[in-house]
Design a binder for this molecule. Structure first.
Ligand code: PA5
Length: 445
């Protein structure tokens, strides 16, 4: 199992202040079970892992296999919770040079619909001109502008390049059961489609077809991912005591630190493949907790890379931060530093050592330096970077986020603030139905 070490955080805030949350954590966990607090309509993720059936997994795998058999490239169109989880897992498990080394055994997975960059979309459509590509169009609402715009372009290009019949086979929708334009299009065109359950919000949806289908299309083992999440669901059940439940401890310690003036949490990894895990985590905690004028600001760094950019700030800047490090115990590959007769670089003291040994000493040295510099440190240890432990990490962060949001006394399952920019953008673009807003916003310019 993955492990949590909070000792280098409690040395700052005191074990008592963390333990003081025990009763509140128990009550938050109870509320997540019985739906007695705000957001109760969105608790479907809680027992999602253990409710996934083998038949459902087979259905997802069968669809992924059709994409794998007919596409050299699959574009995953989605944004926020309809995008980050799949990308986090695919990049964590994939070869860092998949692009360049792909010998055709797996389709390349590319992402779109998560920005409105004209150059990005132009370059993507150019790149796809000689590709046998397919599209997984993911949007719970089915109306998100970024995703809908990209999908309109991709659908047209896919139909033109591959013909209507093949397009029908290689375009898949993951959306609401009934509402939204993505559903209407899928039904009208006869695409294979999967439903995002009503009671699972976007950022908690990675273990629904939102994440599982792209991950399976990329060639990774979704059964192992789900098994990892199931084991974490069981390990953090209502019966698990505070001392046994790492989600309870993580939620408690970060709230104790927050109450002590630590307003920013920095998620750190020492494996570049975890960059998008950082991004997924930022969205999960940022959208869940940043409301009502409250919330820890979730930041993230890739280390050791960012020790040469953000390291100075972390070591010596304002003491309002704490760190959570995802540490991977064993790499998947072995690479030793060679010895060099001339030793011009002076690195012969490392000859024969594994690259990971150096990385681990960098990690330990950084932890000690940051703790000495006044930065509380939490460590989440994954034995290996594989599907099973990623499944555990995903459920761990989701459950801890639900508890933590309730400790903060916010509704962790809504995101009312996300609407503000959309309203302005539609008013500025003159969307039908926004006439009054258009007039009002133009008067402000
Ligand atoms: O977590 C969330 O709810 C959001 O980030 C959504 O996932 C995001 O806005 C995309 O929404 P949709 O899936 O409706 O296109």
């Amino acid at each position: 199992m993955i492990k949590l070490d909070i000792t280098k955080a409690t040395q700052f805030v005191g074990c008592e202040k963390v333990k003081a949350f025990e009763a509140e954590v128990a009550s938050a966990k109870q509320a997540l079970e019985d739906g007695s607090r705000p957001g109760s309509d969105f608790l479907g993720w809680m027992h999602l892992p253990t409710s996934i059936t083998p038949e459902f997994m087979a259905e997802i795998q069968a669809c992924a296999d059709v994409l794998r058999a007919n596409c050299d490239t699959v574009i995953v169109a989605g944004i926020g919770g309809s995008y980050l989880g799949a990308r986090a897992v695919i990049e964590a498990l994939g070869n860092s040079f998949a692009w360049l080394t792909n010998k055709g055994e797996n389709p390349n997975i590319l992402f779109a619909g998560n920005n409105i960059g004209e150059d990005y979309l132009y370059e993507l459509t150019e790149y796809l001109k000689d590709k046998n590509f397919g599209v997984i169009n993911i949007s719970k609402s089915g109306t998100t502008t970024e995703t809908a715009l990209a999908f309109r372009l991709l659908k047209k290009q896919c139909e033109e390049q591959r013909g209507k019949e093949m397009a029908k086979k290689v375009i898949v929708a993951v959306t609401d059961a009934k509402k939204g334009a993505a559903r209407t299009t899928a039904d009208k065109e006869g695409y294979t489609s999967f439903i995002i359950p009503d009671n699972v919000g976007g950022r908690f949806s990675v273990l629904t077809p939102v994440g599982l289908l792209p991950i399976a299309a990329a060639g990774f083992n979704i059964a192992e991912l789900v098994r990892g999440a199931q084991d974490m669901e069981k390990a953090t059940s209502l019966n698990a005591s505070f001392d046994e439940d790492i989600t309870a401890q993580y939620a408690a310690v970060r709230n104790a630190l927050y109450n002590d003036g630590k307003k920013i949490e920095i998620l750190c990894n020492y494996q570049p493949k975890l960059h998008f895990m950082n991004e997924w985590w930022k969205q999960l905690y940022g959208e869940s907790e940043g409301k009502d004028g409250k919330g820890i600001f979730p930041a993230a760094v890739d280390l050791t890379t960012d020790l040469h950019s953000m390291g100075q700030w972390i070591q010596d800047g304002e003491r309002t931060i704490f760190e959570t490090v995802i540490s991977v115990e064993s790499p998947e590959h072995k690479l030793l530093f060679p010895s060099d007769d001339e030793n011009l670089d002076g690195l012969n003291f490392l000859a024969g050592k594994r690259v990971d040994e150096v990385n681990k000493m960098a990690e330990l040295g950084t932890q000690l330096a940051h703790v000495d510099g006044g930065v509380p440190n939490i460590r989440l240890v994954m034995p290996r970077l594989n599907e099973y432990y990623l499944g555990q990490v995903i459920y761990f962060f989701e459950k801890a986020c639900g508890i933590s949001g309730y400790l903060l006394n916010v509704n962790p399952f809504n995101q009312p603030g996300v609407e503000a920019y959309k309203k302005n953008m539609f008013a500025l673009l003159g969307k039908p139905g926004y006439e009054a807003e258009t007039e009002a916003i133009k008067a402000r310019l």
